[in-house]
Every structure is written in C-alpha cells, then in structure tokens.
Design a protein around this ligand. Sequence first.
Ligand code: PHB
Length: 391
Amino acid sequence: MQNKKRTLLKAAAALVLAGSSVLAHADDVVKIGLIVPMSGPFASTGRQIDAAVKLYMAQHGDTVAGKKIQVILKDDTNVPDTTKRLAQELIVKDHVAVLAGFGLTPLALAAAPLATQAKVPMVVMAAATAMITEQSPYIVRSGFTLPQNTLGIARWAPKNGIKKVVTLVADYGPGIDAQNSFKKVFEAEGGSVVEQLRVPVANPDFSPFLQKVADLKPDALFIFVPSGAGAVFMKQFAERGLSKQGIKLIGTGDVVDDDILNGMGDVALGTVTSMHYTAALDNPENRAYVAAFEKANPGMRPNFHSVGAYDGMHLIYAALEATKGDTNGDKLLAAMKGQKWNSPRGPVELDAQTREMIQNVYITRTERVNGQLFNVPFDKVEAVKDPAKIK
Ligand code: PHB
C-alpha cells in the first residue's frame, strides 16, 4: 500500500514537473498565425508571402528578445469563412501573439473583428482596400493602399499627353478604391475619365469591356486587377489590338506583378504604372533582397506582396525587441506604431496615426532588360501617406 502510494505520488510529481516545463517552454515561444491563400487563383500571393517570411527568418534568426519565433502557416483557399475559422483557431487553440498574412480584402475583413475581440495585432501584408485598417484598432498594414499607389499614375498621366481615360477595375474593394481615387486626382489635374468599367473578380472575361474601350477611343486605359490576374488581362488586351489602335495602358503596378510579368511577352512593353515596389528598384537593400530571394526560391522573382510580408516580419521582430519579448497585444501594437526603417522598397515608416505605411510611390515603365521584362522606375513621389486618410 505504502509503495503504491509512493509510486502514485512520484508519478504525480513527475506530471507537475512535466507540466511546468511545458508551460515554461510555451512561454518562451512566440507564435505567429500566418493565413494566406496557398491554393486557387491567388496562390501566387500565398507563395510569395510564405517565401518572404522564410527568407526574413533565415536572415534574422528565429529568436527575438530570448523568445523562439514559430510561424504557423494556414491556407484559407481564398474563402473568407475559412480565414475567420482559422483565425479563431489560431487565437483560441494555438494562442498566437500575432495574426498575419491576408491576401485579399474580403479575407482581411473576415478576420478583423477577431483581432479586436482577442486584442491580437493583425499584420495585413497584402490586402489593400484603404478602409481595412479602420475595421480594427489592432490592424497594422505592412503593404499598401490603392489610393496611395493610384496617386502616382493619376498625376503623371495628364502631364504626359494623356487627357482622356477609360478606367477598368476588378469589381470589389481595391478596384473601387482605384477607380475613385484615380478619377479624383486625374480630373483635378486636368484629365477626364469618360467611362468607368468594372469586371467581376472571379474568372474575369475582359473582352466585352475591351471592345467598349476600343469604341470609346481614349488616350489610355487605366487598369486595376489584383495580383495574379494580370496575365489573363494582358492576353486579352493583346488579342483586341488596343495598343495598335494607339490606346496606351496605364494603371497601378498590380497588373504587371513581378511574379508573372516575365511570362506576359511583348504586349506588356511600354505599360506605365505606379507602385510602392518593383523588383527593378536600384537600392542596396533591394539588390540584396532580390538576390537572396531568388537564391532561396529558384525560378521565382519577388513581387510587392513578398515585400509586404518581409516588412511585416520586420515590424513584428522590432516590436518584440522593443517590448523585450512581452507579447501583450496593446504593447506590441504601441511598439509597431511609428517604426521607421530602410526596406527593399526604400525608406518607410508605419504611420502611428493611421497604422499605414508612409512610402515612396514609383512610376515605372515595363521594359526588356537583359532579355527579361521589368517594371523600370523613372520617377517617384516621395513619402506618400494613404490619401484616403488625409482629412
Ligand atoms: C486586395 O484584395 O485587397 C488586393 C489583392 C491583390 C492586389 C491588390 C489588392 O494586388
């Protein structure tokens, strides 16, 4: 009897010890829940983000302020209900300190209320409708907004002989932002938008819209499609022969996304777009970034979503360093606000007021360089704040 009791006591003590060591271990780990589309039509966004997060950790280590960083990658397959369920599980079961990723606007919107409830910082790396950051005080955005990038081309076009434009955008948040902000700035600078067309996001068929553009004979067509959809658009644009008719192609850089640009062929040449990032940026941080990314991911070129992810990791690491490893959501958020650093995209700052990036917007022309297509920057607007939040 005595023996049995002693054995039981020993077993209980062992359990307590094991439990406390598990707890101590759990305390030393900071989990980041990374939710992105890894399959479906926007899988390229997930692949780019995943690759950039892995590169950041390979370069900066997986320990910050004495804590081990663990990224838990989840594929939401571009379904908002799935994003929401995954965010819930990551918060409740995995106790993540930070949520990150969010490839498209509807996916970011689905998770926003959970970040607020759980007081967990949510780093939006890709989705770009301006109002996203207003859906939760726990959201910070390491990517961009559409009004921010549209500003560049909307100012450039009227100074360069483009007076009459038709806009064609994907019919959801970022497209509507692009359409409205382009018109506002372009018309204030003397241009005229003669027609605003919207194409469905899912399986878009551009040809009836392109026919309409051909009939309207504008100086240029302004296009916004989300990253990943540009190749289909370019193919149909070439088939319609609009550039032969003298209609120029302008837009935000999403359509000539570096991930798929090289496969587009000559039709993309001469497209003028504005964007916060192009792989052709010539600065020391970007030269190193592109070389390291391509070495780690043979055959792949980093696009703007990858840089959103790389800089999102920087924000998380910098915040953890500032809090000395404290994962309290409010403390992390406070530490992220106002961070400034030199990104591959140039100098950036996370605006403490709006939780948006303040960054350069580059005007680029798509050209062939050493046999490959690149969006080559030739002008820039410096330190652009999200115009949608300037009252
Ligand atoms: C978005 O859904 O917010 C989005 C996705 C891809 C882009 C831009 C915006 O290239």
